[in-house]
Design a protein around this ligand. Structure first.
Ligand code: NAD
Ligand code: ZN
Length: 381
C-alpha cells in the first residue's frame, strides 16, 4: 500500500509499505477514505516530539471502510463505514471505565500519561496511523463508530479529533451563562473551541492569532471578535482593557508548544525572552484570566520546562484543566450537534488532496499558506 513516511524534521514522503494485517483478535483493518493532517502532526513534523521514529506512518484523524475484522470483534463487519477516534482505547481499564479514553492504560502501558494514539511518536505507543491506504485498528470493538447514513464523510472525519477536542476545550472551561471566553489559536481546534463556547452559554467569544485569513474565518464562522497578537503589546493588559478591567472568565489554549523560535515579548509589563516550546500562550492565558477564572488547555506541549507562571495561578485562584480529548465519550452528543446543524465541521476543510500530495499538504498547513485551515487526504479515491 501507499502510506506517509516520516524521514526526519520537515521531510515527509509517500512510500510503498507492507499492508497491515490483523495481529490480535480485537483488531480490524480499515481501508482509509479520508485522513486529515492535524496541528498535532505538525509537532511531529517539526521534530519536537521525542522518540518520533523514521519510517512512522502519521495520521490519527481518519475514516474509512472496514476491510477485515479479528475473531473477537462482534460490533463491526467488513463493508461498514466507520470513523475512528484518534485515541486508541481498550474500553476496560481503570481509565477507560471513567470515560478517560485518551488516557487508556492498556493501549500504552509503558507511559504514565497519554494513552495510545494512531500515527504518533513511540511515546504514544508507536502505532502506525491513517495517512495511508490501510490501517490496523486495535481494540476495534471500542473506538470505531459506524457513520450514520445521513452524515457526510467530510463531517465524519472531523469528528475523530477536531470537533471533540474543540468541544472538550469549551467543556473543560466550565463556561457559565454570559461568560467571556478567550481562545488562543485560530487553527481548526481553536476555531471549533470558539464555536462550541456558544453551545455552553458564552456571552462573548474572542479569538487571538496572527494569521489574518484564519482570524477572518473565525470572525464569521465561530462567530468571534478577533485580534491579531502582533498588534498587541501586552496580552494581559489588553484583555483586561476589553473586559471592564476584570480579565476573561475562561481562557482556552488551542496553540500548544510554539515552534516559531524565540521571541521577545512583553509579559505583565516586563520584556521577556520566550524560547521556542516555552509556552507564551500559557503565560497569556494565565495572566489574561480573571481572578477565580479557568484556563483550559488542549494545545499539546513537549517535555521542555515551560516556565509556567505558577505564582499567578495560585494568587488568582485559577482552575487549570487540560487533557487529550476523550473522543468516544463525546461522540454521541456531537453527532446530534452535527445533525441539528449547530456544528458544521466540514466548513473547516480548505484542501482536499490525493495521498500522493501529502508532502505539499504538510508544507502548506505548517507554513499557513494558501489560506489553508484544514487539509484532508483522500487515499483510495
Ligand atoms: P494549527 O497549527 O492549525 O493552529 C494553531 C494556531 O495557533 C495557528 O493558527 C497559529 O498561527 C496560532 N498561534 C501560534 N502562536 C500563537 C500565539 N502565541 N497566540 C495565539 N495563536 C497562536 O493547529 P490545530 O490543528 O488547530 O491544533 C492546535 C493545538 O491543539 C496543537 O497544539 C495540537 O497539537 C493540539 N491538539 C490537541 C488535541 C487534544 O486532544 N488535546 C487534539 C488535537 C490537537
Ligand atoms: Zn489531531
Amino acid at each position: 500500500m501507499l502510506a506517509a513516511d516520516y524521514r526526519g524534521p520537515r521531510r515527509m514522503r509517500v512510500a510503498s509499505k507492507a499492508d497491515p494485517v490483523i495481529q490480535h483478535p480485537r483488531d480490524a483493518i480499515v481501508r482509509v477514505t479520508r485522513s486529515c493532517i492535524c496541528g498535532s502532526d505538525l509537532h511531529l513534523y517539526n521534530g519536537l516530539v521525542p522518540d518520533t521514529r523514521i519510517g512512522t506512518t502519521f495520521g490519527h484523524e481518519f475514516c474509512g471502510i472496514v476491510e477485515e475484522v479479528g475473531p473477537e470483534v462482534q460490533t463491526l463487519k467488513a463493508g461498514d463505514h466507520v470513523l475512528v477516534p484518534f485515541n486508541i482505547a481498550c474500553g476496560q481499564c481503570h481509565f477507560c471505565r471513567q470515560g478517560l479514553f485518551g488516557n487508556c492504560h492498556e493501549s500504552n502501558p509503558q507511559a504514565t500519561a497519554v494513552g495510545g494514539i494512531f500515527g504518533y511518536s513511540h511515546t504514544a505507543g508507536g502505532y502506525d496511523g491513517g495517512q495511508a491506504e490501510y490501517v490496523r485498528v486495535p481494540y476495534a470493538d471500542v473506538g470505531p463508530m459506524p457513520i450514520p447514513d445521513w452524515m457526510d464523510p467530510d463531517d465524519a472525519v472531523l469528528l475523530t479529533d477536531v470537533v471533540p477536542t474543540g468541544y472538550q476545550a469549551a467543556e473543560m472551561g466550565g463556561i457559565q451563562m454570559g461568560d467571556t471566553v478567550v481562545v488562543f489559536g485560530a487553527g481548526p481546534v481553536g476555531i471549533m473551541a470558539a464555536r462550541c463556547a456558544w453551545l455552553f452559554g458564552a456571552g462573548r467569544v474572542i479569538v487571538i492569532d496572527h494569521v489574518e485569513y484564519r482570524l477572518d474565518f473565525a470572525r464569521h464562522y465561530c462567530p468571534a471578535e478577533v485580534y491579531n497578537f502582533q498588534s498587541i503589546d501586552d496580552m494581559a493588559v489588553f484583555i483586561k482593557k476589553v473586559t471592564d478591567g476584570l480579565g476573561a472568565d475562561v481562557c482556552i489554549d488551542a496553540v500548544g508548544g510554539d515552534a516559531a523560535g524565540s521571541a521577545l515579548r512583553t509579559v505583565l509589563g516586563k520584556k521577556m525572552k520566550i524560547e521556542a516550546g516555552n509556552a507564551i500562550v500559557l503565560h497569556w492565558a494565565i495572566n489574561s484570566a480573571k481572578k477565580g477564572g479557568v484556563v483550559s488547555i488542549v494545545g499539546v506541549y513537549g517535555p521542555t520546562g515551560n516556565m509556567v507562571p505558577m505564582g499567578n495561578v495560585l494568587n488568582k485562584g485559577l482552575t487549570i484543566r487540560a487533557n487529550q480529548a476523550s473522543v468516544k465519550r463525546l461522540l454521541p452528543r456531537l453527532v446530534e450537534h452535527v445533525k441539528e446543524g449547530r456544528i458544521d465541521p466540514k466548513a473547516l476543510i480548505t484542501h482536499r488532496v490525493p495521498l500522493e500530495d501529502l508532502p505539499d499538504a504538510y508544507h502548506l498547513f505548517s507554513a499557513k499558506l494558501d489560506e489553508c485551515i484544514k487539509p484532508v487526504l483522500y487515499p483510495n479515491n
